[in-house]
Design a protein. Structure first.
Length: 175
């Protein structure tokens, strides 16, 4: 199944992130992912909501990592999802092309975050995670059972460490 421009941009950015990622802690991964998605959102002419650090030390750390991954700062703090892109249009009109959630290593937290994606009425839903591919089968079943989703694109970005050291990608389009 072919990836569209946004999905391919995400895949390319995460693949480029890999050499840098190996030097970072899991909390720095989260910061990096938000900076990378902020840059991608801006390149797609979107504003971006993602968690921003509030303390001076955290802001300095974020800025250092942002520069390392060549990312951007989000326009707004986290809102509903870990990452949200939006276009502002005419008064009272806003389009949201992408929401994303990320979870490192916890299957229960993955399931909780993934179910939030089901509720979003957007074209692109991205789940970035490290807890094994088995959760993708579970997630696909959730999508099929959720009656209010059709044609939405779910991109699963699964980190495989411990000798594999790469992301695997799987696209699923809701039937």
């Amino acid at each position: 199944m072919p990836y569209d421009k946004i999905e391919q941009g995400i895949i390319d950015a995460l693949n480029a992130f890999f050499p840098i990622a190996m030097q970072l802690s899991s909390s720095e991964w989260t910061i990096s992912i938000r900076a990378i998605f902020s840059k991608l959102g801006h390149e797609n002419k979107c504003k971006v909501a993602a968690k921003r650090p509030t303390k001076d030390l955290a802001r300095q750390r974020f800025e250092k990592i942002r520069q390392l991954v060549k990312g951007d700062n989000p326009d707004h703090t986290e809102w509903l999802y870990d990452i949200l892109w939006w276009h502002e249009g005419p008064p009272d009109h806003m389009k949201v092309p992408l929401v994303a959630e990320s979870e490192w290593g916890n299957r229960n937290a993955f399931k909780f975050d993934f179910q939030k994606l089901l509720l979003a009425k957007v074209e692109h839903k991205v789940m970035i995670f490290e807890c094994g591919d088995g959760v993708i089968t579970w997630a696909k079943e959730q999508i099929k059972q959720f009656k209010d989703t059709q044609g939405e694109r779910y991109l699963f970005c699964s980190w495989h460490g411990k000798g594999v050291d790469k992301f695997k990608y799987e696209l699923f389009i809701a039937p």
